[in-house]
Design a protein around this ligand. Structure first.
Ligand code: UDX
Ligand code: UDX
Length: 464
């Protein structure tokens, strides 16, 4: 079977870039991305291609090349389902905020909604592809809904987890380490798997397209993120030890990273990992382990999260302690709010928690981030529920000029590793600040010696 018409439900950070790449590499396939969020779809359709809702280097160019040719964005979910022979489900699966599994399990209500809608609308055979990160055995639930409520048409379910990292989505999609496709080992299942293999084979070398059973594929996605997050928590744990022993975490990371068995990537100590996936996926893994009665397995992985929470809090505490044990009424400039550079995504960003801690200590915060809007920043803080929207707006100010952020500030904290921070005139920044001028580098981004020569009192993660 050759796929001619693809629909993707969910025009988010995963669905948007992934479908854009498929459209760009498969001109013979019509790709329609649908979403229930009208504003988001309108932004994807904005005539000015730089106004698409997601910032990723290189993405707007690709959208410009394909949109209106074989790539379409729409809110007409039903029509797109009806027309498609392959449907990607790429809706969000947030951590449950209520009931059993609260704060841990993935909330699958959107996935279920999608399955029900597909079952209701479909009048021809479809291949359903799970793109969202899902707990193991979700495919079973989807299958059960489709088979019991469908119109007697054939559904094949595949798991095709996304491994792109935000900020590098376009190049990750272009040159993936691997594409993973899980399917049922039945004749229909294998045919469906093959149909998706052929879509990717338009640009991905065949040896990089791995096929497994559905459960292995689902679990591999959770595990890949858990392993990556574990590396960050491991190096962050060592960063604290370095600070008290005069070891330097950068040197330690280099020394261990050159061991080819360990490898150099994901050993950068930081103020803590963020993003939509790491925490959610680990909590999910923990919850799954618990629900099978595997408490030790659950505890083992949960420690990765505990370490990360500690790292964020530790950084904020360090600021308070260094500023003579009080930040009350003191202006502190936060540079960066996104969970990493080159994205406007802020989900679970360490900056949110650092800001919240400092606001509890009554600091007067200003935030500058090159890509994140003020409304997003307030909504992130409000979501924590620590204080009212009015209080957050009164205590924290968002500015669009970095110099305004640092003007008359007691301290600057770098929370995202944006390249532009490297090019700032730090001497000028120092002149604008109150003295002693403190700088806390949560990303080990800036040249500490240069800053100290200028006159800054500096702290960076992992250096004694
Ligand atoms: C999401 C999941 O968070 C992640 O686990 C998974 O791997 C991929 O999908 P992301 O694309 O970053 O990641 O999420 P988000 O940017 O929130 O996009 C999801 C979109 O789905 C939203 O635009 C939302 O409006 C849409 N949606 C949600 C629907 O169209 N229908 C629904 O029923 C629910
Ligand atoms: C991650 C996975 O990498 C990707 O494969 C998966 O599909 C989705 O989740 P993402 O969350 O976009 O991608 O970003 P990633 O680059 O993995 O970074 C996650 C967090 O870890 C960021 O906050 C980043 O700053 C932090 N990090 C990463 C470190 O602190 N140190 C490192 O060495 C690497």
């Amino acid at each position: 079977m050759k796929v001619k018409n693809i629909c993707c439900i969910g025009a988010g950070y995963v669905g948007g870039p992934t479908m854009t790449m498929i459209a760009a590499k498969c001109p013979h396939i019509k790709v329609t991305v649908v979403d229930i969020n009208e504003k988001r779809i309108a932004a994807w359709n904005d005539p000015e291609v730089n106004n698409i809702p997601i910032y990723e280097p290189g993405l707007s160019d690709l959208v410009g090349q394909t949109r209106g040719n074989n790539l379409f964005f729409s809110t007409d979910v039903k029509a797109a389902i009806q027309a498609a022979d392959m449907i990607f489900i790429s809706v969000n699966t947030p951590t449950k905020t209520y009931g059993v599994g609260k704060g841990m399990a993935a909330d699958l209500k959107y996935i279920e909604l999608c399955a029900r809608q597909i079952a209701e609308v479909a009048t021809s055979d479809k291949i359903i592809v799970e793109k969202s990160t899902l707990p193991v055995r979700t495919a079973e639930a989807i299958r059960s809904i489709l088979d019991h409520t469908g119109n007697g048409v054939q559904f094949d379910i595949l798991s095709n987890p996304e491994f792109l990292a935000e900020g590098t989505a376009v190049s990750d999609l272009l040159h993936p380490d691997r594409v993973l496709i899980g399917g049922d080992p039945t004749e229909n299942g294998l045919n469906a798997q093959q149909a998706l293999v052929e879509v990717y084979a338009n640009w991905v070398p065949k040896e990089r397209i791995l096929t497994t059973n559905v459960w292995s594929s689902e679990l591999s996605k959770l595990t890949a993120n858990a392993f990556l997050a574990q590396r960050v928590s491991s190096i962050n744990a060592l960063s604290e030890l370095c600070e008290v022993t005069e070891a330097d975490v950068t040197e330690v990371a280099r020394a261990i990273g050159t061991d080819t068995r360990i490898g150099a990537k994901f050993l950068k100590a930081s103020v803590g990992f963020g993003g939509s996936c790491f925490q959610k996926d680990i909590l999910n893994l923990v919850y799954i382990a618990q629900s099978y009665g595997l408490q030790e397995v659950a505890d083992y992985w949960e420690q990765v999260i505990i370490m990360n929470d500690h790292q964020k809090r530790r950084f904020a505490k360090k600021i308070v302690k260094t500023l003579f044990h009080t930040v009350s009424g003191k202006k502190i400039a936060l540079l960066g709010w996104a969970f990493k550079k080159d994205t406007n995504d802020t989900r679970e960003s360490a900056a949110i928690y650092v800001a919240d801690y400092l606001l509890n200590e009554q600091a007067a915060i200003t935030v500058y981030d090159p890509k994140v809007t003020a409304e997003q920043i307030y909504s992130d803080l409000n979501y924590l529920g620590t204080r009212t929207d009015e209080e957050n707006r009164r205590l924290l100010q968002v500015v669009t000029d970095p110099l305004q952020a640092v003007d008359q500030a007691h301290a600057v904290a770098v929370l995202t590793e944006w390249d532009e921070f490297l090019d700032y005139d730090w001497k000028k920044i120092h002149e604008h600040m109150l003295k002693p001028a403190f700088l806390f580098d949560g990303r080990m981004l800036l040249d500490q010696e240069m800053l100290q020569t200028i006159g800054f009192k500096t702290y960076t993660i992992g250096k004694g």
